[in-house]
Design a protein. Structure first.
Length: 396
């Protein structure tokens, strides 16, 4: 029995290992000249390959179709993932539940998978561009210059983000050819572009511990984390996670809370105390007790309050406006970063037509979809790779 796996990323390699371990003859097709291009970029090359937490907590961080992933994640949990790579010779360490190879090299994760594939007799065909797939008595995979046949076919092509790594959306075309529905794709874990001119002043500045608040046509959401300001957009994990939550909604408002540890009333009391204690000090210097100078300077500039004004000249109305901007700093949404800049793809093969117990199509026997090509995505922090590994581990 022959299995063809399309894609030599994390889900494709794990699928190959799984089927080869069951005794199948496995061939992996990869359009690039080598495997794991996107995997090597994960975690800035350090590869946080899973998120070490309970399955229930893990599922809370899955944005789309978390119930679909229960079987996969209970079968191949993050703890089992750590043990799996340990058995392959990859020691790891944990930082805030994110698991990294001890070497801090994504290449070690990739090599561990490739070595296991070699041990199991998995074959690879590189520079193999798939044109289309169809099913006669067996599956037929058409390449540019030849056709291959197999008994089982695994689509592990990834999504359409990071096209420089080879993600071109071919998996969606294959799924459609076999009658599957594609949930419209969107950028996920991406930056958010804004209309605000103040970004040029803040370009390159990082603020840790901010609350990003979004108001859409569906809900109001809050996430706490690090925000990175760029000349025309905001970035950082809190921004990217928020993008995944709201990328299918109409964004009405975005704002930042720079002082999420105190209420507006408490902040007002603290400001009055600080102003009273330093009546002859410039307001710009005094506000640095609450936020970094670049933030206070930006707020004063937007409010058109002279930064050299002394604290004893600050009116109640001015103080209230400062509090409003410290707690509800407005951001004017322009757009989500395009798929070319997104870390993962939201949307994909509709999971209602996929068996969650083994990732086999309910429409076509012996056809499988795994990893990012499916309509599942999650927060930053190793969740996506864990999903790729788990959905691929259970194929049978």
């Amino acid at each position: 029995m022959k299995v063809i796996v399309i894609g030599a990323g994390p889900s494709g390699l794990m699928s190959a290992i799984s089927f080869a371990s069951q005794g199948y003859e496995v061939l992996v097709l990869e359009q690039n000249k080598s495997a794991g291009h996107k995997l090597l970029l994960t975690g800035h090359g350090k590869c946080n390959f899973t998120h070490l937490t309970s399955v229930d907590e893990f599922l809370k961080c899955v944005v789309r179709n978390n119930a679909f992933l229960k079987t996969a994640l209970y079968t191949f949990s993050s703890q089992k993932c750590v043990e799996f790579f340990q058995d392959l010779g990859v020691d790891s360490y944990v930082v805030e539940e994110r698991v990294y190879p001890k070497s801090n090299k994504a290449k070690d994760i990739l090599n561990a998978l490739l070595n296991k594939c070699e041990e199991l007799g998995v074959k690879f065909l590189y520079n193999a561009k798939v044109i289309k797939c169809f099913n006669e008595e067996r599956f037929v995979v058409s390449l540019e210059h030849n056709e291959l046949e197999c008994d089982k076919l695994v689509v592990a092509t990834g999504g359409k983000s990071y096209p420089q790594t080879g993600s071109n959306g071919i998996g969606y075309k294959i799924a459609t050819e076999f009658g599957h529905t594609i949930v419209p794709i969107r950028s996920a874990l991406c930056d958010i572009y804004l209309k605000d001119d103040f970004l040029k002043k803040l370009d390159g500045f990082t603020f840790e511990g901010a609350t990003l608040i979004s108001k859409t046509n569906n809900a109001k959401r809050k996430l706490i984390g690090t925000v990175i300001f760029k000349d025309n957009r905001i970035s950082g994990n809190v921004v990217r996670n928020m993008s995944s939550l709201i990328n299918r909604e109409e964004v009405k408002e975005l704002e930042l809370d720079f002082k999420n540890n105190v209420s507006e009333e408490e902040l007002d009391h603290l400001l009055v105390q600080k102003f009273s204690a330093n009546p002859n000090r410039e307001i710009s210097r005094t506000l640095t007790a609450f936020v970094p100078f670049i933030i206070s300077d930006t707020i004063l500039s937007i409010l058109k309050i002279n930064k050299d004004l002394l604290c004893n000249a600050i009116t109640k109305e001015m103080r209230k406006e400062m509090i409003r901007y410290l707690k509800h700093f407005p951001l004017h949404f322009l757009k989500f970063a395009p798929l070319e800049e997104a870390i993962v793809t939201s949307g994909g093969v509709d999971v209602k037509d996929i068996n969650p117990k083994n990732m086999e199509s309910k429409l076509v026997k012996d056809l499988y979809f795994v990893g990012e090509v499916l309509d599942v995505d999650a927060f930053a922090g190793g969740y996506s790779l864990q999903i790729a590994f788990a959905t691929s581990y259970i194929v049978k």
